[in-house]
Each structure stands twice: as structure tokens, then as C-alpha cells.
Design a protein around this ligand. Sequence first.
Ligand SMILES: C[S@@+](CC[C@H](N)C(=O)[O-])C[C@H]1O[C@@H](n2cnc3c(N)ncnc32)[C@H](O)[C@@H]1O
Length: 392
Amino acid sequence: MTDPVPQAQGELAERIRAEIRAHGPMPFATFMARALYTPDLGYYTGPREKIGTGGDFFTSLDVHPAFGQLIGAQLIEMADRLPDGPFTVVEMGAGKGLLAHDVLRTVQAARPDLFARLTYAIVDVSPDLIARQKQVLAGFAAHTRWYADLEQVPRVTGVFLSNELLDSLPHHQVVMTADGLREVFVEVRGDGFGEVLREPSDVRLNRVFERLGITLPEGYRTEVNLAAEEWARQVSERLSIGYVLTIDYGYPADVYYRSDRRTGTFLCYHRHKVSEDPYSRVGEQDMTAHVDFSSVARAGEDAGLEVEGFTDQAHFLVGMGITRLMERVLARDGGDPENSAEFQAMRKLMDPHGMGKAFKVLVQRKQVPAGGLSGVRFKAFDVSDLLGTTPR
Ligand SMILES: C[S@@+](CC[C@H](N)C(=O)[O-])C[C@H]1O[C@@H](n2cnc3c(N)ncnc32)[C@H](O)[C@@H]1O
């Protein structure tokens, strides 16, 4: 398929080539997992600075602390709808620990009674980010805990929280051909990598589209994030009573797999530059794809999570009261939006041409009555936009 990419050098690339030479071409999802998670050499498991000015990308947490503060306010509302007793927030993929910090600070200030029974647990794969999280959260040592994976998290009453986790999970790449759906496998070509199409390595790759009622046109290439569906099942297993609050860029399936989006959403980030080439800088660039929220919601439903709401980041933040914070900052800074860096930063979180619309917020609930959450009261979508009317 693609031409050889000779610049894929480095120890990690060589190790992956050795694995392919020994075992044959590997599914793209396996290549991506090796590039992100190989101990010491992978993008997330290596020491490279990843998030922020000196890294490869920014997230909402880098933009303004109002983001974490308002998520904290949403978690308080959620806690108030749950039985009294220990309240646990499990954040998976906590980056530099800023969301955890802003949430803990918000709950501590607004609700000391809840703070007293709050545990904030983090699940992450990145040793250097975990070290950073521990530094940032040193002042909350009595309320924080780390787990190496979801399996180790005890069943909790509380909330599973993530921001920009699902987009970074290794996904499969597929292409619709005249002979049916084929999967992209990675092979060695010269001293680089190339791609070949094969029968899907996992029957679920075909089932995803059957279940969504979507027929891909010939020549269409896209991603399938089976790991995100597996994640929804695992989260539901670990949640006794409570909510799942998931923020990421993505779409409902009918938008994601629209017939004109013929090359998928896969992108790499290196030093704030975007590329579509996964085979250079192996282990030195982030690799992501948008999230098909319909499949995540359906996997959750199968596992006992009901959809409470689905909206975009701007509607979520307005629902949580960001405009009051913006007015306060503007008044403090003299009233001219152009002269208030903080006002501009908050506006960026809501940008209808950027973060405000690209990022979506999915709230699922388990064993909790519906309603009562400010973050999803202004709807950018109906739940039917997410779950559709096709057979489940
Ligand atoms: C794109 S960063 C987002 C960080 C943070 N949530 C933020 O918004 O700034 C992805 C985070 O997920 C973690 N991560 C990636 N894959 C993971 C996995 N399979 N399990 C747990 N954490 C993972 C990374 O180490 C990193 O902390």
C-alpha cells in the first residue's frame, strides 16, 4: 500500500522490525501498542516530555484551571446523587496531574465534608508522568492513590473520569475493498515499514459496522478502537454505583464514518506539529484517532452503563457555569476581553471552531436515577444521535 519509509530508525523501530521478521506482519493496533508502550522506549513509557510547551501537544488542562474547577463542580453534583460513604474518583490517563489537582482543590474548598471521604485514584502507564503527578499532588497524599491498571482498581462507588485517554488507545485500521473489509498490517520494507491488507485479525472488526448499520464505500479507510469498547466494559465491572465522565475528541458513529471522511482521523503529534505518518519517529510522537462515541456508549450499555448525556465541551462548560467565572475575570481585568489573558484562555476552552466543539463529553451512569447533572443539561446532541435507531 504505502511506499516504504526508510527514515524509521532507532532502537524501538529496529525491535519492532525484528518482531515482524520473526512472526510476520502485525496488525496496525499491535504496531501502535509497541510504539506507545514498549517499556522505556515507547512514547508513553519513555522519558520524553509529552504535554505542554516543551512537549508535543497541549490539552484543556494547559489552557486554564477553570476546566478542572468545573469538572470538580460536576463531580460534587454526582457525589450528591450517590449514597453517603467513601466516594472515589478514578482518573485514567492523568497526564501531568493537573486535572486531579484542580478537582481536589475545588472539592476541598467547596465541600470539606465530601473532601473528607474522597479518594482520588489514578491509573496511568507512563512512569515519568506518574512521577510528575506525585509531585503535583504531594499536598493531597492522604487522598490520592495510584494503580498500574484498571484490573487492580477495587470496585468503587464514585466516578471514572478521563480527558484525552480513549483517543490514545491503540486502534485497528481497516480498509473496505471490493472483496470486503480488510485490515491494515505492518510489514518490514527495506529499513522502514510498509502496509499490507489482510483478512481482519479479529471478528469484532466486521461486527462493529454491522452493529452500527453502516456500510463503508469501497476504498474507505478508517480506524476501529476495540480497546475503547473493552475499556467501557472494564470500567463498568469496577463501578458498583456511580458515573463515567469521558472527555475526548470524537463524533457519534454516523458522523465519524460519514462517506466523505475516507481516510479516517489518525494523526501523530511531535513538537506541536501534526503528521499522518506513524512510521517515522517511532516512539517519539504521539499517535491518536478521534473516538467513535457510539461504539463506546453501546459497549457501555451492554455492560450495564446507561447514557446520561452526550454534549460538547462548550455546552458542558456553559452548563457548569463558566460564563459566571468569565464575567468575574473580565470585571477584575477592567472589562476589555482583549486585555484579559484569562478571559481569552477560557474562551479558547469554548471555541466553536476548536476545543469547544471538537471535544465531546459523554456521561454514563450505573445504578443511579437519571437527571440532575448541570454539565449535560444543554444538549449538543440527543442520545439517539449517539445510539441511533439501527439494531443493537
Ligand atoms: C493525551 S494524554 C492526556 C493527559 C491528561 N488527561 C490531560 O488531559 O492533560 C494521555 C494520558 O493517558 C495515559 N495513557 C495512555 N495510554 C494509557 C493506557 N493504556 N492506560 C493508562 N493510561 C494511559 C498517558 O500516560 C497520559 O497520561
